[in-house]
Write a protein that binds this ligand. Structure first.
Ligand SMILES: Nc1nc2c(c(=O)[nH]1)N[C@H]1C(S)=C(S)[C@@H](COP(=O)(O)O)O[C@H]1N2
Ligand SMILES: [Mo]
Length: 407
């Protein structure tokens, strides 16, 4: 007797659904299943910090071989995740000089410059201040390296994995600035990290007052070391580089500080040879996470197309999905909650007829801005920009059901 409810079986939902998604991605090493020793049904509570089932093997993936020790990044496995929240152990990482091991009792945050009352704060001081929690995405502006090079073996982890989403808890930066008192002329804030790179960026005052958080917790627990333990700056909607980890210093000034990361790096070279500086907002973007490269559709029938959309300017208002390379588009369902400057999960039922299909998504945000096709991005910005690629992206489904990256 079939366990599949007749209505779903008739429509072929489950027949199709059984054929993909859970399987191993092509090219990945076979799963080493550790011996599962816990006695079935034994009345024993899990000791210590719980771990995923040994049958799951989610992992971050290093991006490119690091150019020198400590400088590295690793991507979130978006093709295997559900909903909008990134588990803390899978939050993407970008380090310019490794992960410092900081004792929170020794850590200090210095606030000085154009302020009435300069301060040195301990973590205890910071945690005592009124706090808030917000769900926001974090995206490296170097995510999606699609300006010039494309590798046919890329998965969404390679193309969009420098993107994660968490509930960040901490003190509004506005509260701290109110506490120290801004002096006349205050317009920019230098944020500096305590890592080997002493990563430093200038934050416009308006951005510092627009939801910025001195974050000490992530998805309910203290920050992970690789996310900036014990304290990071979190700037909703802006390029990840501004969210300085291991934050040790804030200096208020009347103009940008012109640090290395906002002059020789994190500027966008335009076709006319000039460079765009302080392009801080992450514009609306979306990507289909399933089916996506590496998945395999085993038989024609029902599939749910699902993906993520986000905008640094506010809420996502629509995501359209095409299965024919952009000839026709259908509106996807946006799953609640649809929060500003946060990942949104979109879904659309799809009947695969077994033939070739090019799956694409395009997001629109509340400003009316719509994610552009690659050619209009390239027309406006040339191909020498390294950062801020937010073009429409596609996955090619072949007649046999394999799904690949398309350049
Ligand atoms: N101190 C410090 N802060 C940093 C960095 C760093 O290397 N050092 N990397 C930046 C970059 S480029 C990005 S994209 C984000 C990445 O944050 P995550 O590693 O928590 O994902 O942190 C930013 N803050
Ligand atoms: Mo970044």
């Amino acid at each position: 007797m079939s366990a599949i409810p007749p209505r779903l079986a008739r429509r072929g939902f489950l027949a199709g659904a059984l054929g993909w998604g859970g399987g191993a991605l092509a090219g990945e090493a076979p799963l080493q299943v550790p011996v599962w020793t816990r006695e079935q049904g034994a009345p024993v509570a899990t000791p210590g910090y719980g771990q995923p089932s040994p049958f799951e093997r989610l992992a971050r993936k290093p991006r490119t071989p690091p150019p020198f020790p400590g400088a590295a990044s690793s991507g979130t496995p978006l093709q295997h995740l559900h909903g909008i929240v990134t588990p803390n152990g899978l939050h993407f990482e970008r380090h310019h000089a490794g992960v410092p091991g900081i004792d929170p009792d020794q850590h200090r945050l210095v606030v000085h410059g154009l302020v009435e009352r300069p301060l040195i704060l301990t973590m205890n001081d910071i945690v005592r201040l009124p706090a808030l929690s917000r769900l926001h995405f974090l995206e490296c502006s170097g995510n999606t390296p699609a300006w010039q090079r494309a590798n046919p073996n890329w998965t969404v982890q390679d193309t969009h994995g420098l993107l994660s989403c968490a509930e960040w808890t901490g003190v509004p930066l506005a509260t701290l600035l109110d506490e120290v008192g801004l002096r006349p002329g205050a317009a920019w804030i230098l944020a500096e990290g305590a890592d080997g790179a002493a990563m430093s960026r200038s934050i416009p005052l308006a951005a510092a007052l627009d939801g910025a958080i001195l974050a000490y917790a992530q998805n309910g627990e203290r920050l992970r070391p690789e996310q900036g333990y014990p304290l990071r700056l979190f700037l909703p909607g802006l390029e990840g580089n501004l969210s300085i980890k291991w934050l040790r210093r804030l200096k208020v000034g009347d103009q940008p500080f012109q640090t290395r990361e906002e002059t020789s790096k994190y500027t966008d070279l335009m076709p006319d040879g000039t460079a765009r500086q302080f392009s801080l907002v992450m514009e609306a973007k979306s990507v289909i996470t399933s089916p996506s490269a590496g998945h395999h559709l085993r038989e024609p029938g029902f599939y749910e197309i699902a993906g993520l959309a986000w905008s640094g300017r506010g809420r996502i208002t629509a995501v359209d999905v095409s299965a024919d390379g952009g000839a026709t588009w259908r509106p996807a369902v946006l799953q609640e909650p649809v929060l500003p400057r946060c990942l949104v999960r979109f879904r659309l039922p799809w009947e695969w007829d077994g033939g070739p299909a090019l799956l694409q998504s395009r997001a629109t945000d509340e400003t009316g801005y719509r994610q552009p096709p690659r050619n209009s991005l390239v027309e406006a910005r040339g191909v020498n920009s390294l950062y801020h690629y937010n073009g429409i992206y596609g996955w090619q489904v072949a007649a046999g059901g394999s799904v690949r990256h398309v350049a």
